[in-house]
Design a protein around this ligand. Structure first.
Ligand SMILES: CC(C)(COP(=O)(O)OP(=O)(O)OC[C@H]1O[C@@H](n2cnc3c(N)ncnc32)[C@H](O)[C@@H]1OP(=O)(O)O)[C@@H](O)C(=O)NCCC(=O)NCCS
Length: 218
């Protein structure tokens, strides 16, 4: 079963990879971005690029190199947007043509393990903590981690459009059963009227995956 199925709006192609395996189709021109990195970082980087190219092929796009900008954001070909995420056991990529898909997308993957209690205060707003307090104790900290993941997906989605760095306190997440609403709690120049985004999430197969999208058909 594809953990990413239905997680993005129409026009978005997705693919997964295993960051524990040596990437088979890492491109030599991408090696310089991780040449001095430790082995697990090199593997996750190349697995992410490989998954992105698998997704690009589903859109009929050429399997080009995807440079990394100095700020680490991937540099997609003209007319293409995308997002990459990895955790120890899974890497995910989502790609779209901006002409018939969203203007920007974000994806994040986490292990479906509880968030460490001591991180909640740094990551969650008071409203989010109040909501979490009302959730079943056995699910509470996995939901807290889902809020964390959603903030990462929203951050990656807005960044290519705004180049704004956000704090965790700048975004408020309200989780539904398989979607979430993200509110920007500060003005973000470049987002126009999009002060609330609807994203999607899934907790399955030992992972939390969250998606965010701006623009497009939805
Ligand atoms: C960019 C960031 C979100 C990445 O998250 P992470 O937990 O380190 O790791 P992930 O595996 O989920 O994502 C990493 C990928 O995100 C992508 N990425 C990195 N910087 C990015 C940016 N500014 N915009 C969009 N995508 C970015 C890259 O593809 C990267 O993988 P790669 O280096 O192998 O290509 C995080 O490092 C960061 O800088 N966060 C800023 C502070 C924050 O979390 N704010 C949230 C407030 S709402």
């Amino acid at each position: 079963v594809d953990i990413l199925r239905g997680l993005f709006p129409d026009g978005v192609a997705t693919a997964t990879g295993d960051p524990r395996l040596a990437a088979e189709n890492g491109l030599p021109e991408e090696e310089r971005y991780v040449a001095r990195a430790v082995e697990h970082r090199r593997r996750e980087f190349h697995a992410g690029r490989a998954a992105a190219r698998t997704a690009m092929a589903k859109l009929g796009l050429e399997a080009v190199a995807i440079p990394a900008a100095p700020d680490r954001a991937p540099v997609w070909p003209s007319g293409v947007t995308g997002s990459i995420s990895h955790c120890a056991s899974l890497c995910v990529a989502a790609v779209a043509r901006t002409l018939d898909g969203p203007l920007s997308i974000g994806v994040d993957v986490e292990p479906a393990d509880p968030l460490a209690e001591d991180l909640v205060e740094a990551i969650c707003t008071q409203a989010e903590r109040n909501w979490l307090a009302g959730q079943p104790a056995d699910r509470r900290m996995v939901l807290a981690r889902t809020i964390f993941s959603a903030k990462e997906a929203v951050y990656k989605c807005q960044y290519p459009l705004t180049r704004v760095m956000l704090e965790f306190s700048d975004v408020g997440i309200a989780l539904g059963s398989d979607t979430y609403a993200a509110s920007f709690l500060r003005p973000v120049p470049g987002l126009m009227g999009d002060t609330v985004l609807v994203g999607r999430y899934r907790i399955a197969q030992g992972h939390i995956v969250t998606s965010a999208a701006i623009g497009g058909t939805e």
